[in-house]
Design a protein around this ligand. Structure first.
Ligand SMILES: [Zn+2]
Length: 245
C-alpha cells in the first residue's frame, strides 16, 4: 500500500467486452503515477477518449494484452496521430510476440514493438510492470502495475482456469473482467460477476472494479452478484471514470 501523498490513478477510456455497444468503446485504460502515463489496451473508440484526458504526446508506452481486436484496433489512430500530428517515432508497445504481425503495424516507425510473455517484467518511467498468461483462447497477458507504492492488477480477458492471485496477494485495486452473469458461466475464456468476486476474495484484493461487460448484459445484475461474492462494495468501470489510489 502506498503513502506519502503519491498516487496511482486509473482512468477508463473504454470497457465494453468483445464488441462495442451504443456510444461505447472497447477495452482501454490510462494508468498514471509519478508523471508517467501508460495505456493498457487500446480498443475501438479509446484513442478519442484518451484525448479528453491527456495529450497523446505524453503517452510513455502502451500495453496490448492480446490479439482480439476489441483490445487493440485504436493502435492505428495512435500510430497515425504520432506520425502526422506529432512527428513522433518509436512509442514502446509491450505485447505478445504475435501482435506486431497480427495488427499489420509491425513495420510502423511510430511503434517500437517489445514482445513480452508469461513471467516477463518491465519498467516504464515510474511504473513497474509484470505479465502473467491467463486462461483465454489466444496468448493473453494479465498485467500487474506498481507505482508510488500502490499496486494495480488488470486481469485482461480470462476464464476461471487462471487466478487473479497470480498477480500477487497485495493488490490495492483489481480491475477484473466480468463479461456476464451466472447464467452465462461456462462460456470459455470469460467470467461472470460472481466469479470475478470470488477471484478478488481469493487474491485478497482491497478494491474490485468490474470491466469488459458484454453490452447486452445487465450491468446491475453483474454488479450485485459480484458484491455478494466479494462481500463488500464493488465498483464498475465506465467511460471517463477515474479510480485513484
Ligand atoms: Zn475482450
Amino acid at each position: 500500500m502506498g503513502g506519502g501523498g503519491a498516487h496511482l490513478s486509473l482512468r477508463v477510456l473504454g470497457c465494453d467486452g468483445s464488441w462495442t455497444g451504443p456510444a461505447g468503446a472497447g477495452s482501454g485504460y490510462l494508468v498514471s503515477s509519478g508523471g508517467t502515463h501508460l495505456v493498457l489496451d487500446l480498443g475501438p473508440g479509446t484513442f478519442a477518449n484518451l484525448q479528453l484526458h491527456l495529450d497523446p504526446a505524453l503517452v510513455a508506452a502502451v500495453v496490448i494484452t492480446h490479439r482480439h481486436p476489441d483490445h487493440w484496433t485504436d493502435l492505428y489512430s495512435l500510430a497515425n496521430h504520432a506520425r502526422f500530428a506529432l512527428g513522433r517515432e518509436s512509442i514502446p508497445v509491450y505485447a505478445p510476440s504475435e501482435l506486431a504481425a497480427r495488427t499489420g503495424l509491425g513495420g510502423s516507425s511510430a511503434l517500437d514493438w517489445r514482445p513480452v510473455s508469461d513471467g516477463a517484467a518491465a519498467h516504464v518511467g515510474a511504473l513497474g510492470l509484470s505479465f502473467h498468461r491467463t486462461d483465454h483462447a489466444v496468448e493473453t497477458l494479465a498485467v500487474r502495475v506498481d507505482g508510488a507504492g500502490w499496486t494495480l492488477g488488470y486481469s485482461a480477458d480470462t476464464g476461471t482456469r487462471w487466478a487473479l492471485s497470480e498477480l500477487g496477494s497485495d493488490l490495492d485495486l483489481a480491475l477484473c473482467e466480468a463479461s456476464y452473469t451466472v447464467e452465462h458461466e461456462g462460456n470459455p475464456g470469460h467470467m461472470s460477476g460472481r466469479q470475478a468476486g470470488e477471484q478478488a476474495v481469493q487474491a485478497g484484493a482491497r478494491r474490485l472494479v468490474l470491466t469488459h461487460r458484454w453490452p447486452t448484459i445487465d450491468g446491475s445484475s453483474v454488479l450485485s452478484e459480484a458484491e455478494a461474492a466479494f462481500g463488500k462494495p464493488v465498483e464498475q468501470a465506465a467511460i471517463g471514470k477515474e479510480f485513484i489510489l
